[in-house]
Design a protein around this ligand. Structure first.
Ligand SMILES: *Cc1c(COP(=O)(O)O)cnc(C)c1O
Length: 386
């Protein structure tokens, strides 16, 4: 049996063979602990980590000392949000975020609410974008942090980071962005965008799972952060734990490859996305979710009127691996909180599909998926009619 075509690149991506090759020696030959300062094995591991730190810093316009390695974006978000809340307690207890954020941002904020913090969750417009005026109105003297994601994991919408950063900088409020879906796909610059904290992960950009980073600004302003993992004092005391050297090497390699290929790859993937959307958009009752142009090149999120979401997913399953609703709160078939935030009613929100097109997809695959999706939608609508 043929395996289904993988179009779920917002959930995760395969490790690029070039990334795998870069990682392998660090499992076996160069297996040292980067904190072992007394011998060659430690020095080799430490040199590889420093090299990776430089590559990643360079990719976002930061300095190497501003990169803190973590187990992924979930941990980076937790460290940023809880770490700032704890460190700035005396300045204020108000945090602002957005309804369409990933649960790894929303849940730490909800947790802080139980500790007495005041959290404002801003609505988005029907296109998924945060209106700057809405953010401006919600800022208060006691606001310590604004957290707005770079690219949405469901609808691919790109938030106006530079404008948000400029506003936060002017009001002297820290700005955190979850850039898990954005790194390697759109240009990011912490200076130009006035970003104070940025969460990254490797596995959405053809790197390994289980590794990520938090960028923490060291000057103008110097961000204070309370560590959330205590121990050996690794990563300047901000994140204790022996560094996962092969994953860190793979993370940097993945980001370097993605950035080098970004202009051509963005164009190629956008063409595939349009090739899928074009025939689908000819059907009645099909809507595109999220802003039509301010979005990730590989994202296509559609709502299909008059069909059951689970039935649609089931019909597509043998041919294509995609997600319906929110993949990250998976196993629950509750309608996506992101689509709800766009103002969809429950029924329409649940009959939605998220296609995530990536590096290894081909035109032939896209054509096959389009054909299958159209046939499935049409047959489900026929069944609904009789
Ligand atoms: C995948 C994802 C995360 C979680 O990242 P992990 O590295 O899997 O913990 C957080 N935020 C967004 C926007 C994501 O897409």
């Amino acid at each position: 049996m043929q395996r289904p075509i993988y179009l779920d690149c917002h959930a995760t991506t395969p490790v690029d063979p070039l990334v795998m090759a870069a990682m392998l020696p660090y499992f076996t030959e160069h297996f040292g602990n980067a904190a072992s300062s007394g011998h060659l094995y430690g020095w080799e591991a430490d040199a590889a980590v420093q090299q990776a730190r430089e590559t990643l810093a360079c990719a976002i316009g930061a300095a190497p000392e501003e990169i803190v390695f973590t187990s992924g974006a979930t941990e980076a978000n937790n460290l940023a949000i809880k770490g700032v809340a704890e460190a700035y307690l005396n300045k204020g207890r108000h945090i602002i975020t957005v309804a369409t954020e990933h649960s790894a941002v929303l849940d730490p904020c909800r947790y802080l609410q139980t500790l007495g913090f005041d959290v404002t969750v801003l609505p988005v417009q029907t296109d998924g974008l945060l209106a700057l005026a809405t953010l401006e109105r919600s800022l208060r003297p006691e606001t310590i942090l604004v957290s707005v994601m770079a690219a949405n994991n469901e609808i691919g919408v790109l938030q106006p980071l530079a404008a948000i950063g400029a506003l936060c900088h002017e009001r002297q409020v820290l700005f955190h962005t979850d850039a898990a879906q954005a790194i390697g796909k759109i240009p990011l610059d912490v200076e130009a965008m006035n970003i104070d904290l940025m969460s990254l992960t490797a596995h959405k950009v053809y790197g390994p799972k289980g590794v990520g980073a938090l960028y923490v600004r060291r000057r103008n302003p110097r961000v204070q952060l309370a560590p959330q993992l205590h121990g050996g004092g690794h990563e300047r005391g901000l994140r204790s734990g022996t560094l996962y050297v092969p994953q860190i090497v793979g993370f940097a390699k993945a980001v370097a490859l993605a950035i080098a290929a970004m202009p051509q790859e963005t164009e190629r993937v956008a063409k595939l996305r349009d090739r899928l959307w074009q025939p689908l958009s000819q059907l009645n009752g099909i809507g595109l979710n999220g802003h039509p142009t301010k979005r990730l090149a590989g994202n296509l999120n559609i709502s299909v009127a008059g069909v059951d979401g689970q039935a649609l997913l089931l019909g597509l399953q043998p041919v294509v691996a995609v997600s319906s609703g929110s993949a990250c709160s998976s196993k629950s078939i509750a309608p996506s909180h992101v689509l709800e935030a766009l103002g969809h009613d429950n029924a329409l929100a649940s009959a939605s599909m998220r296609f995530g097109i990536g590096r290894f997809n081909t035109e032939q695959e896209i054509d096959r998926v389009a054909e299958c999706a159209i046939a499935t939608i049409q047959s489900l609508r026929q069944v609904a009619r009789v």
